[in-house]
Write a protein that binds this ligand. Structure first.
Ligand SMILES: Cc1cc2nc3c(=O)[nH]c(=O)nc-3n(C[C@H](O)[C@H](O)[C@H](O)COP(=O)(O)OP(=O)(O)OC[C@H]3O[C@@H](n4cnc5c(N)ncnc54)[C@H](O)[C@@H]3O)c2cc1C
Length: 416
């Protein structure tokens, strides 16, 4: 069923009785060409592009819980392509371009809102670093603008410009960045993949990866054994646990990252703002809640709730940046499992086991990467070769000393 304004109108006039289920609920088959483990944003996007771009449909996405229950439905919804390094920036710009056409492409309202992101700087040295990053962005075809203090004041006059320790001197603005309704992304990709014949199987946990003579031949699940020619891991924060089933160790640690939402307030923040000296970022949802977060909790865990020291740290960041936030009441907070790679950059690669593929290490920035990750992983799975934009995301880059250490706005492993 295609969605359109006419469909909404006719359904509205006929009692909304004609809407169809958004995706099927199939029983797992005994064998598939490709099994994707993990029904998060990246797994579903991969299935969608495999079906749409490569005409492959004998595919299953196996999800241990429900679609949208992982980080794709737990993140703070920010999309941007303001990276620095040549291995990263073109990839995130590809993602931004895919976001820009996504809703038309998969015929689903994901509320893509290009409301802009402003990274504040607080010293002359930071201004230089941000200028460099802005230039790298322009070179990759992205947009970037440097604002001085007056430029920032014109946008957000209530920020704490004259803080004695952290005066705001300006900011790097990317106007095409913004926010996207996170779980709608999962639903849109799921619907698009299902429409093209992909089986999306919820409540189906992979409990073992089966190999024979060094070749991956399928998986064991809570719903039985399923064979496959190719098995593609896409489980974000559970990457280590899953790949351990195949005897593989990854340069990844799992940490929890928390998010916070306040009560609904009148429109205050038109875009996303990041603090340049503490780890704090904030935006305002369409419902009016301030959505904010900060750094990961500093220890390894697979829990989906965090601890109070980080809550305190995040709130201190907020108070330094915009003291009036202290009067807003926090309504909700939660956590998600982050697959923190040791250089802050992701992996989209084959593994040393034939037929077993890996996508992970997205740290706390993988939501914005969702379309490009699916696009590039689908390319790897369908053609056997890495996508030209994702050639740096190799698992063996540590062995060869070719780390992608994105200090710009990527994760900082030294803080873990
Ligand atoms: C609080 C928070 C804020 C964030 N903010 C942002 C942001 O603003 N911008 C941004 O770009 N990124 C952000 N991120 C990061 C982003 O959400 C993740 O990097 C990204 O969603 C990970 O990819 P995914 O959607 O595929 O993961 P997930 O949705 O977690 O998908 C992985 C799936 O694998 C399933 N799974 C695990 N093990 C198994 C198994 N054995 N068998 C079957 N299924 C299994 C899980 O149930 C899960 O559904 C944030 C994350 C958090 C937690």
């Amino acid at each position: 069923m295609r969605y359109s304004a006419l469909k909404v109108l006719t359904q509205g006039l006929t009692g909304n009785k004609g809407w169809k289920r958004v995706w099927r609920d199939p029983e797992p088959k005994a064998e598939y060409d490709i099994i994707i483990i993990g029904g998060g944003g990246h797994g579903l996007a991969t299935a969608y592009y495999l079906a749409k771009e490569y005409g492959l449909s004998n595919i299953a996405v196996l999800e241990k819980g429900w679609i949208g229950g992982g980080n794709v439905g737990r993140n703070t919804t920010i999309i941007r392509s303001n990276y620095l390094l040549p291995g990263n920036q073109p990839f995130y710009e590809l993602s931004m371009k895919l976001w820009e056409g996504l809703e038309q492409d998969f015929n689903y309202n994901a509320m893509v809102s290009q409301r802009g992101i402003l990274n504040l700087f607080h010293s002359d040295a930071q201004r230089d670093a941000f200028s460099r990053r802005g230039n790298a962005m322009l070179l990759s075809g992205a947009d970037a603008e440097m604002l001085d203090q007056n430029g920032v004041r014109a946008m957000y006059p209530f920020l704490n410009f004259d803080d004695a320790r952290f005066p705001i001197k300006g900011g790097l603005l990317q106007k095409r960045a913004g926010t996207v309704r996170h779980d709608a992304v999962a639903w849109g990709f799921a619907r698009g993949a299902d429409m093209r014949g992909v089986d999306i199987i919820q409540n189906c946990e992979v409990t073992d990866i089966t190999t024979k003579n060094g070749v991956c031949i399928g998986v064991e699940t809570s719903r039985g054994v399923i064979k496959a020619k190719k098995v593609a891991s896409c489980v974000a924060g559970s990457s280590n646990r899953l790949m351990a089933m195949a005897g593989l160790r990854l340069p990844i640690e799992t940490h929890v990252l928390q998010a916070f939402v306040t009560e609904g307030l009148k429109p205050l923040l038109s875009g996303v703002v990041t603090f340049g000296v503490g780890h704090f970022y904030i935006s305002q949802s369409d419902k009016g809640g301030l959505v904010f977060g900060g750094n990961i909790d500093g220890y390894n865990t697979y829990a989906q709730r965090g601890n109070l020291p980080v809550v305190e740290d995040v709130c201190e960041g907020g108070m330094s940046l915009m003291p009036m936030i202290g009067r807003a009441r926090v309504l909700r907070m939660w956590g998600g499992q982050m697959d923190m790679s040791m250089d802050g950059s992701p992996f989209i690669d084959k593994t040393s086991i034939e037929g077993l593929y890996f996508n992970g290490g997205w740290c706390y920035g993988g939501f914005k990467a969702t379309p490009a990750s699916g696009w590039c992983y689908a390319h790897l799975l369908a053609t056997g070769a890495p996508h030209p934009t994702a050639t740096a995301f190799r698992l063996d880059r540590f062995k060869h000393g070719k780390m992608l250490d994105e200090k710009g706005v990527g994760a900082q492993p030294n803080l873990q």
